[in-house]
Write a protein that binds this ligand. Sequence first.
Ligand code: ATP
Ligand code: MG
Length: 393
Amino acid sequence: MSRVLLPGAVLDGRQVTLGVMGGGQLGRMFVHAAQAMGYATAVLDPDATSPAGLVSHHHFQTAYEDPQGLAQLAACSAAITTEFENVPAPALAILAATRTVAPAAAAVAIAQDRAQEKAHFDRCGVPCAPYAVIDSAAQLAAVPLDLLPGILKTARMGYDGKGQVRIATPQALQEAWQSLGGVACVLEKMLPLASECSVIVARGDDGAMVNFPVQHNLHHDGILAVTQVIDGLVAPALAAQLVTAARAIAEGVNYVGVLCVEFFVLQDGHWVVNEMAPRPHNSGHYTMDACDQSQFDLQVRTLAGLPLLQPRQHSPAIMLNLLGDLWFRADGKEASPPWDQVLALPGTHLHLYGKLSARKGRKMGHLNLIAATAAEVHANALQAAALLGIEAF
Ligand code: ATP
Ligand code: MG
């Protein structure tokens, strides 16, 4: 490969630097992985206290589309990735004029728009929930009624269940579309879910692709709460189909980088793809402690043009998402969760993102648990959940 950025290399008298658009927790964990391999790092994020900016060698505090900020990031970085799918695709295109950018703006643009994303899934031959695109009152009026009850989702800028309204009647659909500001939306049929799964793949610019095992995810209130990756939890035949589908989706956009594809498994045993995230994903955080390479290690490798090897999970794993809610006691007062008790449980790995204040629903960190057996990891995770006030699963 022509564009290998060897770890620790010195370019123009400086340590070779990897850049990332966005300074959230995913950027922070990318920065940690890159630094562990000897790269310097640069972050572009407007927030002076962004989780990634706080730990990076360089932090450019500008808006994502600020020409000066983008020029500084490009001048400093040999290659640039993104940690957040709402980074404007045009900003990535500007960076790509002078630097390696992975994933490419075109792939990110597809993931940013639910209508384009579903069209991409159709092109790749991967089934998704029945849906209709709504971007005018006429389209709203023409919606097939067999899509109800359904979920109206804004085509752009949704995350953690935001920008979504569940609706049962044509009247409610009208009102919901207006409440979302009459913007472009996708109406999806509400499906009877048996479970939710995700698959993370990493693909290099030479087309080499590897994947992590299938993750089994539990959501509360539209936000990921628990990920379990335990042999047998997802039937092997189903897991193989989901991996094949995720790989086809990556292949279909010539994707370079780490990609997460989310799936719904239906009560009748069929499955559909839900959406894709052009970056590492919350459901892949267990890889940091349960696999021989993490999703962030693979993000570094894809960006630097280094070899990709199929990752190996060495321990059954459960990840508990740590939302800001856990920082509030029953009396409403703010207090740190009882980490001393949680960390007394075997196989616990705490990752906090350095956020200065807790808010309900805010992702403050995650707790990975690993053990020698499925029964052990499950028992320990339930104890940790009880100590933290996370609902049992
Ligand atoms: P995130 O950023 O956490 O991935 P999001 O805002 O992109 O969330 P979705 O993944 O589209 O939102 O939906 C959030 C959750 O709502 C899903 O994980 C699922 O539990 C539920 N959901 C979404 N669409 C459907 C559907 N068509 N049928 C049944 N449940 C659904
Ligand atoms: Mg989702």
